[in-house]
Ligand binder design. Structure first.
Ligand code: AMP
Ligand code: GLY
Length: 428
């Protein structure tokens, strides 16, 4: 097959790495890709949100199958445009991508179909939203309706903080159109996990769970980021909990989307809060998590490509994936300053030696080659992944690889997986 992967992050590097290993893959491109992805795929300089450019490229190169990494092109309707051009793609169409693209739509959908999630109200009027927050009290959660690059959520611990979040989005216009409408939600307590399922419009199969670390600093402190590390499987999602998430959240969602005339195909990423009463949905994403994807694909034994194609073809019923009996743990290395302002163009050395260490794989997220030098070009730059028989071993291997990388311009958290290691030690 001739395959195009869309995106340029660590998630897309991991997808390219897995797809390139498939005997079914004859030719692989990535748009726009990065310097690490270039080892697996031919990188083409088309932006991930350039829908027309991507469709034209796929047509010109007779691409058989397009795998879309990020949410933006999905929400913009890339999969619909490709379908209209007769090109098969992995991921939902624009209407189904509203599960991520509009939080208000998603909450109404969950209410209609009895999917357990936080209680909520939608607002287009800031004064009504303020009054609701004053009447309800804190903690309370304020979310922009539209996509805000992961920055549209404020978990407010006081009424004042919630009102400031409402004003920033609705009056200050901090998120543009995405913040013109907001959702105010009940605060959920428990332990968070990222759950993934492949869906084909009618059926769903579990890909299992991962946990990520969103805060920039050790001990889960400091500002939120896109994710500083992840590990899979997630100890909090045992087999019984995975079955509940499939039965109570994933399958009702697939059935509900079908009943509503917007069948859901692609990967469904459910952010879940596991509390005393069981799993409750925090949010849906219509794509793989980053860096969760890097940990997930590192555990996959089966060929990923037939599974992605079966999702697009509606053939996941009875589809079975095999997983390696290992833990995978990914440490994100970011440019110093991230998630604030950071320097670009600093040199990274030692990647070759680090990649040769046992159980280590290095996925690139924001790199560019300059002659024989490797330069950092993004905020999150590398996803250094270790696999092992335990969380502790996977963690030790990931950090051994991190320590072999010579990058004075970068930093990482030193405690990725701490909760799972503590749990493992408690059991041992
Ligand atoms: P989201 O962008 O929707 O994933 O939200 C970002 C983070 O905010 C989540 O990963 C949770 O840690 C937190 N969060 C969002 N909604 C809630 C909620 N209703 N209760 C508690 N925490 C939440
Ligand atoms: N790591 C969380 C996300 O990809 O949204």
């Amino acid at each position: 097959m001739r395959i195009l992967v869309v995106g340029s992050g660590g998630r897309e590097h991991a997808l390219c790495w897995a797809i390139a290993a498939s005997p079914l893959c004859r030719k692989l491109w990535c748009a726009p890709g990065n310097a690490g992805i270039a080892a697996e795929a031919a990188c083409v300089p088309i932006a991930a949100d350039d829908v027309e450019g991507l469709v034209a490229f796929a047509r010109a190169e007779a691409v058989d199958f397009v795998v879309v990494g990020p949410e933006q092109p999905l929400v913009l309707g890339l999969v619909d445009r490709l379908a209209a051009a007769g090109i098969k793609a992995f991921g939902p169409g624009a209407a189904a991508a509203a599960l991520e693209g509009s939080k208000g739509w998603m909450k109404d959908f969950c209410a209609r179909h009895g999917i357990p999630t936080a209680g909520y109200r939608r607002f287009t009027d800031p004064e009504a939203a303020r009054a609701h927050v004053r009447a309800t009290g804190a903690p309370i959660v304020v979310k922009t309706d539209g996509l805000a690059a992961g920055k549209g959520v404020v978990v407010a611990t006081s009424v004042d903080e919630a009102i400031a979040a409402i004003d920033a989005a609705m009056v200050g216009g901090a998120f543009g159109k995405a913040g013109a409408e907001i959702v105010v939600e009940e605060f959920l307590e428990g332990e968070e996990a990222s759950f993934f399922a492949l869906c084909d419009g009618e059926h769903a199969i579990s890909l299992g769970a991962a946990q990520d670390h969103k805060r920039v600093g050790d001990g889960d402190t400091g500002p939120n980021t896109g994710g500083m590390g992840a590990y899979s499987p997630a100890p909090v999602v045992d087999a019984a909990m995975a079955a509940r998430i499939m039965d109570e959240i994933v399958r009702p969602t697939v059935a509900g989307m079908r009943a509503d005339g917007v069948p859901y195909k692609g990967v469904l990423f459910a952010g879940v809060m596991i509390g005393a009463a069981g799993p409750r949905l925090i949010e849906f994403n219509v794509r793989f998590g980053d860096p969760e994807c890097q940990a997930l694909v590192s555990r996959l034994m089966s060929d990923i490509l037939p599974a992605l194609v079966a999702s697009a073809d509606g053939e996941l019923r009875n589809f079975h994936l095999r997983w390696r009996d290992v833990v995978a743990l990914t440490v994100v290395m970011a440019a110093k300053g991230y998630p604030g302002a950071y320097e670009k163009g600093t040199e990274i050395r030692g990647l070759g030696a680090a990649a040769k260490l046992p159980g280590a794989t290095i996925f690139h997220a924001g790199t560019a080659a300059s002659g024989d030098k490797m330069l950092a070009t993004g905020g999150r730059v590398l996803s250094v992944t270790g696999t092992g028989r335990s969380v502790r071993e996977a963690q030790a291997r990931a950090y051994a690889a991190v320590d072999a990388i010579d990058w004075p311009g970068g930093f990482c958290r030193r405690d990725i997986g701490w909760r799972a290691v503590a749990r493992e030690d408690g059991k041992a």
